[in-house]
Design a protein. Structure first.
Length: 290
C-alpha cells in the first residue's frame, strides 16, 4: 500500500503545513486506490458526491461537510468528478508540537484518532464560506510571507482546529469540559504507540506511573467510557486493520499482536463483535461495514 509523505511546499514560510486547493489536487482524490499518509488532513467539501472508506468506516459524502483524517489511516475515495469543490488543510504533528508546545494537542481534538464516532460532520453553508476564506488567508501568508506570517498562520490554524472541535462536539453530543489532568490523553497516546505489544491495563499503569484508579477516573470523565473499553476498542481496530490490509493469516496476526495463541485472538474478536474473523472479512469484502 502506498504511503504519501508530507513534502514541504515551495512557500516562503518554513512550516509543516499547507493549504491545498481542490482543483490543483483533484486527480489524487479521484484515484480509487487504497493509500495512507504520514500527516493530518482536514478536507472541507463545498460540493461533493461519492463515498469514502476511511479507518474502516464507510462515509457517504455530501455538500457542505468536513472529513477528518489522522496519519496512517487507510482510505479509499470514490468521488464523482463533476461538481467537485473542496479545500484541504494538511499538516504534520510536529507543526502543532512546534507551534503550541503541547505534545498532546492532537489527542485533545475529538475528531483525530477517533474510533467511536463518525470521521465527518455536516456544516452550514455560511460556516463553510467563512472556513474557506480563512484557509485562503493562510495560503496567502504561506505563498507571500511577511515577517509576522508565522504568527498569523498559528493564530488562524488554532482558531480553525478549535472551531472544528466545537462543531464536532455539538454534532456528536460530546463534552468540551477541560480535563483536570492529562492522564486520559496520555493514555490514548500510549495506546496508539504500544497497542501491538501491550494489551493489559497494568502495562499502561506502569508507563504512566499512576494508579489504575486514576487512569480509569480520568478516562471516564473525559471520554465517558472506561480505560478497558478504550484498550479493547483500539486492539479490536488493530486486528481488523491487519485482517483487511496485511494479507497475513490469523495465526500470523495473533503472533504479531502478542496473543499467546490464535484461538485467544479469535475468541477475543468474536466476544467483541459477535462474528468470526472469517465472517468479518467476508462482510467487509462484500461492502458490509460493522
Amino acid at each position: 500500500m502506498k504511503t504519501i509523505k508530507f513534502h514541504k511546499s515551495d512557500c516562503g514560510v518554513d512550516v509543516l503545513l499547507n493549504v491545498l486547493i481542490g482543483q490543483d489536487v483533484k486527480e489524487s482524490y479521484l484515484n480509487t486506490d487504497t493509500y495512507n499518509t504520514d500527516f493530518f488532513e482536514i478536507v472541507i467539501f463545498k460540493k461533493v458526491e461519492g463515498t469514502l472508506i476511511l479507518n474502516q468506516q464507510k462515509i457517504s459524502l455530501t455538500d457542505n461537510s468536513i472529513v477528518f483524517i489522522s496519519p496512517f489511516q487507510k482510505r479509499k475515495w470514490k468521488l464523482e468528478s463533476d461538481n467537485l469543490d473542496f479545500t484541504v488543510l494538511v499538516f504534520q504533528e510536529d507543526f502543532l508540537n512546534d507551534f503550541f508546545a503541547d505534545k498532546l494537542f492532537t489527542y485533545r481534538l475529538l475528531y483525530f484518532y477517533q474510533l467511536d464516532f463518525p470521521l465527518s460532520i455536516p456544516i452550514n453553508n455560511e460556516d463553510i464560506l467563512k472556513i474557506c476564506s480563512i484557509l485562503t488567508e493562510i495560503k496567502t501568508e504561506l505563498v507571500i510571507p511577511k515577517p509576522d506570517s508565522s504568527h498569523i498562520i498559528r493564530s488562524l490554524v488554532y482558531y480553525l482546529l478549535q472551531k472544528f472541535n466545537r462543531e464536532y462536539a455539538l454534532a456528536n453530543n460530546l463534552s468540551l469540559n477541560k480535563a483536570e489532568n492529562n492522564y486520559a490523553y496520555q493514555y490514548k497516546q500510549l495506546l496508539e504507540i504500544h497497542i501491538t505489544d501491550k494489551q493489559r491495563i497494568d502495562d499502561y499503569v506502569k508507563l504512566l506511573g499512576v494508579s489504575r484508579i486514576s487512569i480509569n477516573a480520568a478516562v471516564k470523565k473525559q471520554f465517558n467510557v472506561t480505560a478497558t473499553h478504550l484498550l479493547k476498542q483500539r486492539l479490536l481496530f488493530e486486528i481488523k486493520n491487519h485482517l483487511i490490509h496485511s494479507g497475513k493469516t490469523v495465526a500470523e496476526i495473533a503472533y504479531e499482536l502478542h496473543f499467546s495463541e490464535p484461538n485467544h485472538m479469535m475468541r477475543f474478536f468474536k466476544t467483541q463483535t459477535g462474528i468470526t474473523t472469517r465472517q468479518f472479512l467476508a462482510d467487509y469484502q462484500n461492502g458490509i461495514f460493522s
